[in-house]
Design a protein around this ligand. Structure first.
Ligand SMILES: C[S@@+](CC[C@H](N)C(=O)[O-])C[C@H]1O[C@@H](n2cnc3c(N)ncnc32)[C@H](O)[C@@H]1O
Ligand SMILES: [Zn+2]
Length: 402
């Protein structure tokens, strides 16, 4: 292959791709080494799915990669889970992996990257690897139903979500990556409303936590529209990207209940405290219980970000993840057991109240002494989350000295 490519390593594999100072759409084939964490999550997700597919004694599997670029994600998913794939193929399971990209050079490179001796061994045992060069929107509809699909586009995943959700089998898993986070965090509020039906009147310090709640509500609306329900297995934020891993079920009854659970968060523009979750028509005071400023209405959101049981299985593999991500998963686990969770932004609250800065640790301990189980929110080191119950605000005010 031409000089445009460098021999690189990521995870447990060696492959070819172009290297650019700043990865962009102008690269001959897109590759962003800073997204290695995202591909590692895919490798581990498929590993858990392989265990599940064994247990369920599936006979046919189809995995779809509509935006495959250099094929690095497929390569890692196959090679880093090699023994499990071999075992499955030896049991006579029909496995089809569809690798697609609209860019002809990408497909040529993916084909080369995926012709390793280990993959040829899997092919000799029956693995079917199919390469196509189609518009992903067409691709998703054209080749049958999927057990697993991963979507990691430039910017918004919106063009591909309808197709993916419609073509997932019952209990199929969809990974969605999004890099237009500005639309979900309040820094581009019109785009948030337009693209994700999300109202973000200002930028909260805990904006990524809120962004993920908003993304998952968006995914729930799309699945419900197609008469399906979903569970959120895991949500992640790193740098300028969000990733949500969901499982889709063909269960319209549950879909309606899923949307019933959507709610709006009341957040203070001064101290950034999220102090209540409300439904349209609910009556609630407009005053922030910490600093009395008038609260803003954000949402709609889905209250949960992960399924604790799935996360526990994931956390058992944390030695395979960067240490920081392992910690975030543990925080996400603690956070997902509080539902719905309110939160206080310790730096912003101290600043607004004109107090010396109270640390997250101090506030957590003070609340714990008063019987409130508070945890550090995922993705935001100065945000403390706790259940929005009864006299929690009185206790919080005592801890803050107001
Ligand atoms: C962000 S990259 C994917 C990165 C890759 N999956 C990885 O892990 O390195 C997006 C890819 O989608 C492809 N693409 C963009 N729009 C497409 C479309 N409508 N149909 C198919 N491929 C498309 C681009 O050519 C590009 O390779
Ligand atoms: Zn306030």
């Amino acid at each position: 292959m031409g000089d445009a490519y460098t021999l690189l390593r990521e995870g447990g594999v060696t492959f070819k791709a172009p290297l650019a100072g700043t990865p962009s759409m102008r690269m001959p084939v897109f590759y962003n080494p800073r997204m290695a964490w995202n591909r590692t999550l895919s490798v581990l997700t498929v590993r858990l799915l392989l265990e599940e597919w064994f247990e369920r004694r599936v006979r046919h599997l189809r995995l779809g990669f509509p935006l495959a670029a250099s094929g690095i994600r497929v390569l890692r998913i196959l090679e880093e889970n090699q023994e499990l794939w071999e075992e499955l193929l030896e049991k006579g399971v029909h496995v089809e992996i569809l690798v697609n990209d609209l860019n002809e050079q990408a497909i040529r490179l993916a084909r080369e990257n995926l012709s390793t001796p280990r993959i040829m061994t899997l092919q000799a045992k029956g693995l079917k690897l199919v390469f196509t060069r189609e518009d992903a929107r067409f691709f998703l509809h054209a080749h049958g139903d999927y057990d697993y699909v991963t979507i990691d586009p430039y910017g918004t995943p919106n063009p591909f979500l309808d197709g993916a959700v419609q073509r997932l089998k019952h209990q199929g898993v969809l990974e969605v990556t999004l890099t237009d986070t500005a639309a979900l965090t309040g820094s581009a509020p019109a785009a948030g409303l337009r693209k994700y039906y999300l109202r973000t009147p200002f930028q909260s310090r805990a904006k990524h936590l809120l962004g993920l709640h908003g993304l998952n509500a968006h995914l729930e609306r799309i699945t419900a529209m197609h008469e399906r329900s979903m569970s959120i297995l895991l949500s992640m934020h790193v740098e300028h990207a969000y990733k949500s891993i969901i499982r889709v079920q063909q269960n319209p009854g549950k879909a309606a209940r899923m949307l019933e659970a959507h709610a709006y968060a009341l957040i203070c523009p001064a101290c950034h405290t999220l102090s209540d979750w409300v439904k349209p028509g609910d009556s609630s005071s407009s005053a922030c219980p910490v600093c009395t400023a008038r609260r803003g209405v954000f949402g709609p959101f889905t209250p949960r970000l992960a399924e604790p049981a799935w996360l526990e299985r994931f956390i058992r593999m944390k030695d395979k993840l960067p240490r920081q991500m392992g910690r975030e998963l543990e925080r996400l686990h603690a956070y997902s057991q509080i539902s719905p969770a309110c939160h206080v932004e310790t730096h912003q609250a101290s600043h607004t109240l004109g107090e010396h800065t109270i640390s997250l640790h101090q506030l957590r301990e003070c609340l714990r002494e008063k019987g409130v189980r508070a945890v550090q929110a995922p993705f935001h080191p100065t945000t403390l989350a706790f259940p929005c119950t009864g006299d929690v605000w009185e206790k919080l005010r005592e801890c803050l000295g107001v």
